[in-house]
Design a protein around this ligand. Structure first.
Ligand SMILES: NC(=O)c1ccc[n+]([C@@H]2O[C@H](COP(=O)([O-])OP(=O)(O)OC[C@H]3O[C@@H](n4cnc5c(N)ncnc54)[C@H](OP(=O)(O)O)[C@@H]3O)[C@@H](O)[C@H]2O)c1
Length: 238
């Protein structure tokens, strides 16, 4: 049996990833605040990734019949969009909790729980191009994704060097995808986000990818990890 643990399955890219895994016959554990998936092989775990005490309490189950185990840290938040100096302090904490701290803790727990299993194991973090170049007013979001890129690179390096049963680790930018996150970006005021028109144009020009198409591209990596030697990937260059 293949087991997937996917954060942020209630909508967008995470929901498309969960549905793709379910269509393969895998068992999927989804972790987010809300749930919109009903399937015999789907189990939802209600978890607010901004509440780190609750993330500490989560434990990955013991799996005795696994052929492959996959963790996808997909849940993410853009947080409060405004230049540094204008963000409410607590919004900065919340964003890093969701995008960086919770994802790092889940990776740490996953590697610890399954380190003795000789089965194939993989972690895929849904990163962002914004973690790799400057986007005005997105300081915490950019920094949170850059941190996950580096956390992934260190984990991947350690796995390759020291682990008998290594975990494949990737951090992948998904491109611009037609989800609620993009709707939220287009709804921002120009005073807070100077570049909002560019994102409205992406939508008007049909430049946004469908979550289902991005899930398929991410599955190219999940199903053939040995084909990819880099930890940091971008679906636009696969
Ligand atoms: N869409 C894009 O163009 C784009 C581009 C680059 C990177 N990304 C990245 O892709 C990933 C998925 O984004 P998306 O576009 O699919 O966004 P989305 O449609 O807004 O979905 C976000 C998901 O994250 C979950 N989430 C948010 N806050 C959470 C919390 N506090 N606790 C638990 N889960 C939480 C949401 O579930 P609940 O609300 O039910 O908790 C939801 O399922 C994110 O990491 C995002 O940064 C997206």
């Amino acid at each position: 049996m293949k087991y997937y643990f996917i954060t942020g399955t209630s909508r967008g890219i995470g929901k498309a990833l969960a549905n793709t895994a379910l269509s393969e016959g895998a068992k999927v554990f989804g972790l987010s605040r809300g749930n919109t998936i009903e399937h015999k092989n789907y189990e939802h775990i209600v978890l607010d990734l901004a509440i780190i005490d609750d993330v500490y309490k989560y434990s990955f189950p013991v799996l005795t019949d696994a052929d492959k185990i996959i963790l996808i840290n997909n849940a993410g938040s853009l947080g409060d969009v405004a230049p540094v100096g204008q963000n409410p302090d607590e919004e900065i904490t919340k964003l890093f909790n969701i995008n960086t701290i919770a994802s790092s803790i889940l990776m740490n727990k996953f590697i610890k729980q399954y380190k003795e299993l000789a089965t194939e194991k993989l972690i895929l973090n849904v990163s962002s191009g914004a973690g790799r170049h400057v986007v005005e007013s997105w300081s915490a979001y950019c920094a949170s994704k850059a941190a996950m890129d580096m956390y992934s690179m260190v984990a991947a390096d350690e796995q390759k060097k020291y682990y008998k049963n290594p975990v494949h680790v990737f951090s992948v930018a998904p491109g611009i995808v037609d989800t609620q996150m993009q709707t939220e970006i287009r709804d921002l005021e120009k005073e807070k986000f100077n570049d909002v028109e560019r994102f409205k144009d992406y939508k008007a020009n049909g430049d946004l990818s469908k979550p289902e198409d991005i899930a398929k591209l991410l599955f190219q990596i999940i199903l053939n990890p040995s084909k990819y030697s880099e930890v940091l990937l971008d679906v636009r260059n696969l």
